[in-house]
Write a protein that binds this ligand. Sequence first.
Ligand code: F3S
Length: 391
Amino acid sequence: MDLTREEEAILNGEKGEGPRKAMELVTALGKIYGAENLIDITSAHLSGASYKTIGDGGLKYLEDMVAGGARVSVPSTLNPVGMDRTRWKEMHITEQFAEKQLRIIELYGSMGIKTTCSCTPYTGANVPKLGDHVAWAESSALSFVNSFIGARTNREGGPGALAAAILGKTANYGLHLDEKRRPTVVIDAETDGSLFSYSLLGQAVGMAIGSGVPYFTGIRPGVEEAKTLSAAMAASGSVALYHVEGVTPEAGKFDVSELERIHIGKKELDEAYAKLNTVEDVQLIALGCPHLTEKEMHQIAAFLKGKKKVRDDIEIWFCTSAAVREKCAEDVKVMEQFGLVLADTCMVVAPIEGTFQRTATNSAKAGNYLPTLCSQKVMCRDLAALLEVVM
Ligand code: F3S
């Protein structure tokens, strides 16, 4: 790889141990993926923030980075953590977990990272522009900014994104390059257009193609639908970029007439539904994967207003960012009559397996991860159908 004199100096440890480690990681990734050089990035979004997922090993890594003088050099945000910082006791979190989690947040904060702790930073805290090179972890968020915004990022892991954030640079390969952003398959989608249908569509496409760059016809997603679709395809497959005819900013650049076409309709959506549903009664209904937007908070509150929860044996968690929770105070009052409105955390990165075994969600992403990361049996339905379970 061609490194500038300044990049060589960082690699030689002239700027301290933290930056040296970061450069070592970014250049190692660049060599593996055949990058010729590093490029400047405008922002980073980091995952690996929950004590549940990174454990004591991850905590030690962060302690070492901070001790080595690591600090981010571009605006950087953080993914959800394992608990709501103020309401963790209501989530059945132990003191020991809470202490380690708070230390992790503190360490990220001391490196200059905004500890907003949301998987939808693109709705407020960290909004890239079309054509920006960025280094984002969190598979749903990076797919959203690649696809719906037209920023450019690879599917970074937590340490890779942190290293890039420290350097303000990443290796120039994969989805940073024009040729890797070309569609690989056309998906002719037939859905009812509901939000839940985007979860099933993403699940079905991930199951059908695994990876690649799908080009959709037949859908018109807005922000909420695109976040749902991005999350679902990134979890059931490893899709990090897609285009939607007439909607996403790069779609018009490509001639797709020669590409393979796959039809996804009722049969495929039914198969996706069957794959996601493994249980009929639940202990927890967890909504907000990815985190609920203001619009979704308004919709849920409007749906719940005037209704009554009769099933006290089922807990409900509404997961969102602290900023959205604060902005939607009136909605929160209505929602809190049914369950907890939690900020900065989610049903997957919280240690729910200590309390629950059967969880309901309207998200295909959560539907994929709850069994593997949280040992849950899952019910996956449309939001209204889930909430009606407790009425
Ligand atoms: Fe966000 Fe957690 Fe889902 S991080 S995308 S709510 S698994």
